[in-house]
Design a protein around this ligand. Structure first.
Ligand SMILES: [Zn+2]
Length: 272
């Protein structure tokens, strides 16, 4: 049986291991582009600087999906220009506002998705730091008061690429995929200027996962109209690492973390 305390203990041990890296708290600057569209904006992200001998001088935003108390009581504009959402997901197509942050799903074994994304976030952050990347950890504890717009704007301004970690709500163990930008959104800014970089990052992450033997869903992608990619001005991907019945043991999260670092290296042209 997997106790909640064990999982939290594990996250804590990774967190303590990260204390050797220089850390700075970063809040949302309301003068940043689109920051005015954020409704939950008082939380802080943590910027960790790699102590690697060969720092890459590249900052990766690691966004542990969900985990914002009150995130479902507030709505934010799906698109910066107020246009309607083109695909359904947690929020239906045709609407102009979405849940500021949804609560996420619960795994079949009772574990909350938000708990696993947090654990994955710490594991990935540490592996990226060890590989020479700096990391903007957008959620470092159970609750961060930053909605999806705020998280994206923080990443836009303080990172070079943005990876949001999620597990999907199906019960098929169908495999990992990234959420690609639907064709009908590719003319809307800032998507028009950036969707190709989202695509390249998504493909690179899937290739990294495939290389480590992680099961991949279909072609490794699914079109979805997300707040994240609608506001992103840097390469930005929502990666779904499995679903409600997928293995989320520490061993598996470590494998996924190694695979994602491979994917980031691929994106930037580093041989891992
Ligand atoms: Zn999710």
């Amino acid at each position: 049986m997997r106790g909640k305390g064990i999982i939290l203990g594990m996250a804590l041990s990774v967190l303590l291991a990260m204390q050797s890296f220089a850390a700075t708290e970063i809040g949302l600057n309301l003068n940043w582009k689109y920051a005015g569209n954020a409704k939950i904006n008082t939380g802080k992200a943590i910027l960790y600087t790699s102590d690697s001998k060969n720092p890459k001088k590249i900052t990766i935003a690691v966004n542990a999906g969900h985990g914002t108390k009150g995130g479902e009581k507030v709505r934010t504009l799906c698109h910066p220009d107020g246009t309607r959402k083109v695909t359904g997901g947690t929020n239906a197509a045709g609407i102009t506002t979405a849940l500021a942050v949804s609560s996420g799903m619960t795994f079949k074994d009772g574990t909350k998705e938000a708990t696993v994304t947090l654990q994955m976030g710490h594991i990935l952050a540490k592996k990226l730091l060890n590989a020479g990347y700096d990391v903007l950890l957008i959620r470092s504890e159970e609750d961060v008061q930053l909605d999806n717009v705020a998280r994206t704007v923080l990443a836009n301004n303080k990172a070079d690429a943005h990876i949001a970690l999620h597990w999907d709500s199906t019960e098929k163990d169908k495999g990992a995929f990234f959420m690609s930008v639907p064709n009908s959104l590719k003319k809307m800014e800032p998507v028009a200027s950036h969707w190709e970089s989202h695509e390249k990052l998504g493909e690179s992450l899937i290739s990294g996962l495939r290389g480590k033997g992680v099961k991949i869903f279909s072609k490794g992608r699914m079109d979805m109209d997300l707040t994240q990619t609608s506001y992103s001005t840097i390469p930005s991907v929502d990666i779904e690492l499995g679903d409600k019945i997928s293995d989320h043991s520490e061993k598996q999260l470590n494998l996924l973390g190694d695979a994602l670092v491979d994917g980031v290296n691929k994106y930037y042209g580093f041989t891992s």
